[in-house]
Design a protein around this ligand. Structure first.
Ligand SMILES: [Zn+2]
Length: 175
């Protein structure tokens, strides 16, 4: 299964539980719009549950409907379908949140840089070293930056990759 799709189903499950996943999958797997009755037949859920779930999915912008008047008795029939635009928007929002978390983590890791005096092995945080103009408090020799924090580079690459994805998707959605 497509990883975006998996992500999406996890998202639906988090919001609406197993019933939400059943209804949403029925719509995803169908190549045409589905009425309440079609969805009930495909999911074995009762009508009230199907209505509630569709209402919630619609509220999340993940499904849309069209209303058709029956030529026989004039009653309205609702046909439901997946809103691909809304889905992409929801996925993009999730990616944005992940990106913000990674950025915060990266800046935290960048702050965790230490400075050393090679003569007496004194180790100071960036702030402490800054305070002392990067001079050792004991022998006044210039402090050197400790070997890079090994988390920074992979994190930076991940942030770059995700930023680019978010930017590309944002652009393609606003076209
Ligand atoms: Zn020193």
């Amino acid at each position: 299964m497509d990883s975006n799709l998996k992500d999406l189903l996890r998202f639906v499950e988090g919001y609406l539980g197993e019933d939400g996943v059943k209804v949403f999958r029925a719509l995803l797997d169908s190549d045409k719009e589905l009425s309440y009755n079609d969805i009930i037949a495909k999911t074995d859920l009762d009508e009230q549950t199907v209505r509630r779930v569709l209402y919630e999915l619609n509220d999340l912008g993940m499904v849309i409907y069209k209303r058709v008047q029956s030529p026989e008795d004039g009653r309205f029939i609702y046909y439901w379908l997946v809103n691909s635009y809304g889905i992409n928007q929801a996925l993009l929002n999730r990616k944005r949140i992940t990106l913000e978390r990674l950025k915060a983590r990266l800046s935290h890791e960048m702050e965790a840089v230490f400075f050393l005096c090679l003569n007496d092995g004194i180790r100071l945080s960036f702030d402490e070293a800054l305070e002392l103009d990067f001079r050792c408090p004991k022998c006044s020799s210039l402090l050197v930056q400790e070997d890079r924090n090994p988390y920074i580079e992979p994190l930076r690459r991940l942030v770059e990759k995700l930023s680019k994805e978010v930017e590309d998707e944002r652009r393609s959605l606003s076209d």
